[in-house]
Design a binder for this molecule. Structure first.
Ligand code: 5GP
Length: 265
C-alpha cells in the first residue's frame, strides 16, 4: 500500500501515549490519521491474573505480525498496517476499533473444548466464527450477532464485512502455516473502522502473532503459542522463535537471543 510521506522520527519521551494495553502501547503517529503500535515484552493471561515479562517477545511479535499483515495487504485484505519502523514498533492507520474479539476456530481447543466438552484436537466439521465483547471487567463475554446489533457495537453490514474478512484471513493463515508444518487451530482478530471522508471501510487491526493464535506443530503436536505461558509449559520464547524461523523471518542459525532476534537483511 502506498504511503505518501516519510514518517518523522519523534523521540520516545516526546510522544503522546494514546492507549496502553496488556501487550502493546499506542502512541500518536507522525501525521494525522496515523499511530505507532509498540510491542511490549509483557505476557498476560486470564485477564491479567497471570503476568510475566518475556525478554524479546515483543520483538518477535512485531516481526511475525508485520510479515502476516504485509502479505494480507498484498492480497487485498484491508488492514491498518503501513510499515514496520523498528524492532518494536509499527506505523499504523488510526481506526475506530470495533469492541469485539473475533475468534476463528478450525480445531477444538481452549474455551470451546471446556464449554462444550469436545476433546482438544478434534477437527471441526467447518470453521467456526465466534464474537466476544471486549470488556476486561466482564472478562470478554461471548456475544451473538443479536447482542452486537441491539447494543450498536456493529451494524449487520459491518458484521457481514467482518465475517467475510475473517474467513479470508483464516484461509490465508491456514495455508501459510500448513506450508511450514504448523496446524492453525484457532486465532483471535480485531477490526476497526477506517474513515476516508464520508466513506468507511472495515479493516483488520491489532496484531496476528503467537500471542493471539493457537499454533501446533503438524507432526509432534507441540504448542508453539501463548498456551506455553498460559499452561506453564515453559519455552515460550523458543516457540515464538521457531514460528519466526519457519516463516523465514529469522536466520536458521540464530539461537535464543534475549536482546532480540537477528534481522535478515
Ligand atoms: P479461547 O476462547 O479458546 O480461550 O481462545 C481462542 C483463540 O483466541 C486462541 O487462539 C487465543 O489465543 C485467542 N484469544 C482469545 N482471547 C484472547 C485475548 O484476550 N488476547 C489474545 N492475545 N488472544 C486471545
Amino acid at each position: 500500500m502506498d504511503f505518501p510521506f516519510t514518517p518523522r522520527y519523534i523521540p520516545m519521551n516526546r510522544r503522546r501515549r494514546i492507549y496502553e494495553g496488556k501487550a502493546k502501547i499506542l502512541y500518536e503517529g507522525p501525521e494525522p490519521g496515523t499511530l505507532i503500535q509498540h510491542f511490549k515484552d509483557d505476557a498476560t493471561a486470564f485477564n491479567n491474573k497471570k503476568h510475566a515479562v518475556i525478554d524479546g517477545k515483543g520483538v518477535l511479535n512485531n516481526r511475525i505480525s508485520e510479515f502476516v499483515f504485509n502479505q494480507l495487504n498484498a492480497l487485498g485484505v484491508p488492514t491498518h498496517f503501513i510499515k514496520r519502523l523498528n524492532m518494536r514498533e509499527q506505523l499504523i492507520r488510526e481506526v475506530e476499533i470495533i469492541p469485539l474479539e473475533v475468534v476463528v476456530r478450525n480445531v477444538s481447543a481452549g474455551s470451546l473444548s471446556t464449554r462444550l466438552g469436545i476433546p482438544e484436537g478434534t477437527q471441526l466439521p467447518r470453521s467456526i466464527i465466534e464474537f466476544y465483547y471486549k470488556n476486561d471487567e466482564l472478562n470478554d463475554p461471548m456475544v451473538s450477532e443479536e447482542h452486537i446489533t441491539a447494543f450498536g457495537w456493529a451494524s449487520p453490514q459491518d458484521i457481514d464485512d467482518v465475517m467475510a474478512l475473517a474467513i479470508r484471513v483464516n484461509d490465508f493463515l491456514s495455508g501459510l502455516f500448513l506450508g511450514v508444518g504448523i496446524r492453525l487451530v484457532d486465532f483471535k482478530i480485531e477490526f476497526g473502522r477506517l474513515w476516508e471522508g464520508d466513506m468507511m471501510r472495515i479493516v483488520l487491526a491489532d496484531e496476528i502473532s503467537p500471542d493471539s493464535c493457537r499454533l501446533w506443530d503438524q507432526s509432534t503436536g507441540d504448542k508453539l503459542d501463548k498456551d506455553r505461558f498460559r499452561r506453564d509449559l515453559g519455552g515460550m520464547l523458543e516457540a515464538y522463535q521457531e514460528v519466526a524461523r519457519r516463516l523465514g523471518i529469522l536466520n536458521d542459525n540464530s539461537g535464543p537471543a534475549p536482546t532480540g532476534p537477528t534481522l535478515v537483511q
